[in-house]
Write a protein that binds this ligand. Sequence first.
Ligand code: NDP
Length: 290
Amino acid sequence: MFDSVAFIGLGAMGYRMAAHLPAHIANVMVWNRTFEKAQQHAIEYGTQAVSLQDAVQADVIISCLPTSEDVQKLLDQIQPKAGSIWIDCTSGEPDQAKPIAARLAAHQVQYLDAPVSGQTIGAQNATLTFMVGGDHTTFLQAQPLLQHMGQLIQYVGESGAGFAVKAINNMLLAVNLCAVAEGFTTLKAHGVSLPDALKCINASSGKSMVTETVLPQRILNREFPLTFALPLLAKDTGIAMKLVHQAKLAAPVLAQTQMMIQAAHLTAQPDSDFSAAVKMYEQWSKITLE
Ligand code: NDP
């Protein structure tokens, strides 16, 4: 096991993920750009708020930032410890994984792309899914640590494969979200009670994570709690379409969904949750999903 672990990026996900580590690791360091969050984390969970330079001296560094570009910018500023492992839980760009791995390899640091799924509730309950790309031996070393934060820790292939699986996963979430918005506005236009329709669909073949949790817990109750920002979903659908284009495939449903999510993101209020993408359909149809 590792003596020291550092967590970089205490956002909606990272703050909760890092909270599980002190129960298992003697020295858990945290760093966040807005440093007060790291200090608050130390008070709440017994971690140590440290400078970025100190954080990258840990045996394992875990990052959870919005984009691969943010990770690259961070690498410009640091000298990580030789022999360490960098586990990047950012939902990043598959074609940036190898360049990042090469930059870190120059410091004798192994890099795994290890994005997560399961939302903030999964981060809080340590039930996340980790989809991991990179060197398999390094994955086996990192796996016990990731088990403190997740339920399924799955190796998916070479560097960048984790990011690719995550992008397609979130594209599928977006497809569902758009389809559910269209389907339920149609039902309401026909005078059907949405809670009654939802009960039927959640006991039928049309159900999905969107109908089971997003629609009842975020949309129909009009709460749209900000836990996964709409710009992050727009980023993920963009990454997925890049993968489609790189493979020279046609994916009309995914392409249409990416345009819908992009339009919803560009027209949404600042600080919108991903579920607020349905408001675009509501404006078009003049039908509110409640
Ligand atoms: P948040 O926006 O809540 O947090 C982002 C974190 O990154 C903050 O700690 C922020 O610091 C830090 N940060 C942003 N830009 C920089 C930078 N340039 N340099 C250093 N630190 C930076 O994001 P989430 O936690 O929601 O998401 C993190 C990643 O996880 C994303 O890639 C997202 O797509 C993915 N994800 C999110 C899920 C969710 O439900 N929220 C679920 C699964 C994956 P500061 O506090 O200073 O702003």
